[in-house]
Design a protein around this ligand. Structure first.
Ligand code: TYD
Length: 135
């Protein structure tokens, strides 16, 4: 099951003078069940993460702290999403090439995934990706 195009989801934000609170519910705010959560942190300036696509994995990417860009490449054009608020989540359906870059100091990228980790799910070869997308 895969859903549409990459899109920034405005997650709930409970504003409170004691501090704000946001959350995400599987199959409610996002169209999948969460099988795994991982996070990327301590990224040295100028470094790039990602640079691949997934056959099955759908994901939600949230900048829990700081900011970074997610560049989505559908094989024809690239779209850059700047994530800089912890109530924004970028939903990425399966079969989109994506790269994360321009990490700010102390940024923290949280990824909620629809699948357990599987190296077989990765498409790391861009030519293979284009063939998969029939471009
Ligand atoms: P990778 O997904 O290639 O990193 P990124 O796309 O963010 O640059 O993962 C880097 C390494 O970590 C790779 O050897 C696989 C391993 N890994 C796991 O073992 N489990 C996981 O859940 C993830 C995301 C990666």
């Amino acid at each position: 099951m895969n859903h549409g195009s990459p899109v920034v989801i405005n997650l709930p934000k409970i504003e409170d003078p004691r501090g704000n609170l946001s959350f995400v519910e599987e199959e409610n705010h996002i169209p999948f069940k969460i099988e795994r959560v991982y996070w990327i942190y301590d990224v040295p300036g100028g470094q790039v993460r990602g640079g691949h696509a997934f056959r099955e994995q759908q994901e939600l990417i949230v900048a829990l702290s700081g900011s970074f860009d997610v560049v989505i490449d559908d094989g024809r054009q690239k779209q850059k999403f700047h994530l800089n608020r912890s109530y924004f989540g970028l939903y990425v359906p399966a079969r989109y090439w994506r790269q994360m870059e321009n990490f700010s100091t102390n940024s923290l990228a949280m990824v909620a995934s629809s699948t357990p980790f599987s190296e077989e799910d990765y498409i790391r070869d861009y030519e293979e990706y284009l063939r998969l997308r029939q471009i």
